[in-house]
Ligand binder design. Structure first.
Ligand code: NAD
Length: 352
């Protein structure tokens, strides 16, 4: 097949620092052409087009879709900026790579999944953790075991970097914006999630650092369709120190599995270690381009529609925490019976 012609909508942090470097070997081998960039920020799009030798730039995605002969589009926008970028591409038969979280509006995610399904195109959500070789190893090992329970601990650190990733109403909080990766990884290991109950330690008005207004701590419990359960504890309070933690454990009958991108430990013994080629973004890019070449929607590990279970799981955590831990069925989150609106930032009555 001729080179896969790619367009990008949004050329900010993730496009420039992850996707374009990951695609570079495929550009060099002639399998991929970076054909057009679109960003509402005229200066940014001109600068990145010059840096990555892209001839065509746009500030409107519809104009790019109309003028360019593209095979696939990467959509890398802040989650509240999604309008018709996805369905307009799907209608034209353009294959889609969409960064997580798909959007913060579950109804919109359901509509977009339907447009993709109808078009029969390839889609991939940017859940790169599924592409670590360690993740493949654990998934295969778990198929031989009886998993009962998973535990995730993520203690994020550092000063706020961007406005929208510091604001609960703009990014959904750290659990939606960041922990969604590990929630999706648990789904890769254990299958779909059915229900959620969550308690947060909310940030009181005026508690720094500015401009952050997101909860301090997220304590989330999940029930899986398989009967397995999981709990995820995430915090965002280690602002001025270099300490942090990322731990993913899966407890099975007679097997305690510890996952990390670098190694897998079973019952205290290292059973797998990363080699030189351990780049999840690189493998994810390769897989997406291969799926586009084959025009086969079944190839990506996180197609849009199936990934809505991960989105519902994190938005459902927010809704539950805002309702004092009320248990929710994810089917009700996907079906619109309950909805996350981003309008509760601190509520003394649910602080506990
Ligand atoms: N997979 C990962 O590990 C990972 C890491 C970081 C970010 N992300 C996700 O990637 C997405 C983008 O994040 P980012 O860090 O690159 O954000 P960013 O703010 O750095 O970049 C977003 C870009 O989109 C542009 N933009 C906004 N509205 C637009 C529109 N309507 N049309 C065209 N361009 C528009 C902005 O001008 C900006 O250049 C988010 O969903 C984020 O959660 C994923």
């Amino acid at each position: 097949m001729a080179a896969v012609r790619l367009g990008f909508v949004g050329v900010g942090y993730i496009t420039v620092n992850s996707h374009l470097p990951a695609l570079q070997p495929l550009v060099e081998s002639g399998e991929v052409v970076l054909q057009a960039f679109c960003d509402v920020d005229e200066e940014a799009v001109a600068q990145q087009a010059a840096a990555f030798k892209v001839g065509a730039t746009y500030t409107d995605h519809r104009a790019m879709y109309e003028a360019e002969d593209l095979d696939a589009v990467y959509i890398c926008l802040p989650p509240t900026a999604h309008t018709d970028q996805v369905p307009a591409a799907a209608e034209r038969g353009l294959h889609l790579f969409v960064e997580k979280p798909q959007t913060l509006d579950m109804a919109q995610a359901v509509e977009h999944a339907a447009a993709i399904e109808k078009a029969g195109i390839v889609s991939q959500i940017g859940f790169q953790s599924r592409y670590y070789p360690a993740s493949e190893f654990v998934r295969q090992r778990l198929a031989e075991l009886t998993p009962r329970h998973a535990s995730v601990q993520l203690f994020y650190g550092g000063k706020p970097v961007r406005w929208w990733t510091s604001r609960y109403e703009e990014c959904g909080g750290s659990f939606v914006e960041n922990t969604i990766h590990m929630v999706d990884l648990l789904r890769y290991f254990l299958g779909d999630i059915e229900r959620v109950s969550a308690f947060y330690n909310w940030r009181r008005p005026g508690e720094g650092p500015e401009p952050m207004n997101m909860p301090h701590v997220y304590g989330v419990n999940y029930g899986f369709a398989s009967g397995a359960v999981a709990n995820a504890t995430t915090s965002r309070v280690l602002t001025n120190v270099s300490a942090g933690r990322r731990e993913v454990l899966v407890v099975c009958d007679d097997a305690l599995i510890e996952w990390s991108a670098q190694k897998v430990v079973e019952n205290g013994e290292t059973v797998w270690e990363a080699g030189e080629d351990n780049s999840a973004p690189g493998r994810q890019a390769r897989a997406f381009v291969d799926a586009v070449k084959a025009a086969d929607p079944s190839l990506p590990r996180s197609p849009y529609g199936a990934s809505n279970n991960s989105l519902a799981a994190v938005l459902g955590a927010n809704i539950s925490a805002e309702s004092a831990g009320q248990m929710l069925e994810l089917a009700d989150v996907v079906g619109g019976k309950v909805r996350w609106k981003g309008d509760v930032v601190y509520a003394p009555e649910i602080q506990g």
